[in-house]
Design a protein around this ligand. Structure first.
Ligand code: FES
Length: 166
């Protein structure tokens, strides 16, 4: 009888230890899962910040004084945005031999402007500044001055050379 009682007590102790081990294993498992989720959240939150910090600054390349552009696919009364030394440049084809080029950065708060052929204007959607598509002069809105007007020369039927204004 005494042996049986000892055996039952021993079994109970063993069961308790097994249960404790199971609980510890569950705790470790949950800790591992929570740690993984936390790490994932931290990584997804930090990624954009690190990406932003590591992105190279794109400054205007002031060494670029002229660019050439193929205009064979630019129809009359259409526009195209190109890069000039890292800055956006707006080309507008008014006729076969008349193309204008303006710095496409609004002189108000530096939004990018767009050509609106129907209204025959260059428009800044940020605060409503309007520029003349032939001269770049400011016509309306809060912009303090005209868009920079680049020099356009035809090299041949398909190619123009655009030169930075002096
Ligand atoms: S940035 Fe163009 S009108 Fe303000």
């Amino acid at each position: 009888m005494k042996q049986k009682t000892e055996s039952i007590l021993k079994d109970d102790t063993t069961n308790e230890k097994n249960n404790e081990n199971k609980i510890l294993n569950k705790r470790n498992f949950f800790k591992l899962i929570l740690g993984g989720i936390g790490t994932l959240f931290a990584a997804t939150g930090l990624y954009p910040v690190l990406k932003y910090l590591s992105a190279p600054l794109k400054l205007e390349d002031s060494s670029v004084t002229e660019v050439e552009e193929d205009i064979s696919t630019l129809p009359v009364d259409a526009s195209r945005m190109i890069k000039f030394g890292g800055k956006p440049l707006l080309l507008i084809r008014h006729s076969e031999k008349n193309i204008t080029a303006f710095g496409a950065t609004c002189t108000h708060l530096a939004c990018t402007v767009q050509y609106q052929a129907k209204q025959q204007r260059i428009y800044c959607a940020c605060h409503g500044s309007v520029y003349d598509p032939n001269t770049g002069e400011r016509l309306a809105g809060p912009a303090p001055k005209a868009l920079p007007n680049y020099v356009v020369e035809f090299k041949d039927e398909k190619t123009i050379k655009i030169t930075r204004p002096v």
